[in-house]
Design a protein around this ligand. Structure first.
Ligand code: ATP
Length: 306
């Protein structure tokens, strides 16, 4: 018996350890696809968020030495305001979020939160201050309740349900035979893109961070789902500093400021109305998207999808 139970106990321990490690790492994996090589400076102080102002100052960065992605980008999101970044695919929009979260270090310039360089503060304090609603949410092979509650250590069932309500996924969960105990992930119930986004929103609501990175999903959702998710995101964004990585222009209209990134540089910035009036790059992108739109709100090239 000992011979049999020993390995089983061992497997249980390994399983728990792996699950814990995955939990700790998953926030990073949500943004990123590689483990970090970034370490704290010895004695790095905690980040102190006051207004929640986020600034990129002349930031230079490339994943490979001979291929610069950001070539001196400066932008500023004032505390409590929403800054949206738009631009062609591959222009480096998502990279901005990865640098703010310090998954990578800049190669020139700096990224600051309330004047503190993100490289100078303890990483766990930085990551506690930033919530991420990623393009594609990673679900654990666990219950849907666990997947939402993971946003906050020690979240109670009542808190989880409240967050699920605010993210407009509670009714869906309540309609499942096993409710919050329903297993999801690869070996459980598969959630749709829109449902996964709502799980991510619920997690962010529970985490309640002063700064948010919204990396919009590239996949088109149906108009009604899109509207509901926008609605939840608007509520989630209230009172926080938000960096929206926008892949569809329809979602940036209300941003306090819009920045157009192209070839690693900021080519325009302003409000939606200002940028339309200017008749430049943003206006062009907008016109192209409008003409590409059918009845839905998706991008023209996404319409072939079922
Ligand atoms: P999209 O709108 O398509 O999501 P984006 O503007 O968000 O694009 P990024 O994801 O920031 O673009 O990527 C910018 C460039 O960096 C792309 O050319 C991409 O191929 C490259 N890139 C992204 N991640 C890595 C990586 N881990 N290693 C090497 N190159 C990368």
């Amino acid at each position: 018996i000992i011979q049999i139970t020993m390995p089983l106990n061992f497997l249980g321990t390994v399983y728990r350890e792996i699950r814990q490690a995955l939990t700790n790492m998953s926030e990073m994996f949500e943004l990123l696809d590689q483990p970090p090589e970034i370490v704290d400076r010895p004695g790095a102080p905690d980040l102190k968020v006051t207004r929640g102002e986020v600034a990129f100052e002349d930031v230079r960065f490339g994943y490979e030495p001979d291929r610069p992605i950001l070539k001196g980008v400066s932008l500023r999101a004032e505390g409590g305001r929403t800054l949206a970044v738009v631009g062609p695919t591959g222009s480096g929009k998502s990279t901005l979020g990865r640098l703010l979260y310090r998954f990578y270090d800049v190669q020139g310039g700096r990224v600051t939160i309330d004047g503190q360089d993100v490289r100078e503060v303890a990483q766990d304090s930085l990551r506690r201050a930033i919530g991420v609603v990623p393009q594609d949410t990673v679900l654990f092979n666990d219950t849907i309740g666990y997947n939402i509650g993971y946003g906050k250590e020690g979240a109670t069932q009542a808190e989880i349900e409240e967050a699920a309500r605010a993210a407009q996924i509670h009714d869906f969960i309540a309609s499942l035979p096993q409710g919050y105990e329903t297993m999801v992930g690869e070996r459980g119930l598969k959630l749709s893109g829109g449902e996964k986004q709502r799980v991510a929103i619920a997690r962010a609501i529970l985490k309640n961070p002063p700064i948010l990175i919204l990396d919009e999903a590239t996949s088109a959702l149906d108009t009604e789902t899109e509207r509901q998710i926008q609605d939840s995101l608007r509520r989630l964004s209230r009172g926080r500093t938000v960096l929206v990585v926008a892949h569809r222009l329809s979602t940036v209209v209300d941003a306090d400021r819009i920045v157009v990134l192209e070839n690693g540089e900021v080519v325009e910035s302003g409000t939606h109305a200002e940028l339309l009036a200017r008749g430049g790059r943003y206006a062009q992108l907008w016109k192209r998207q409008e003409s590409g739109e059918g009845e839905g709100e998706g991008e023209g090239d996404a319409e072939a999808a079922p």
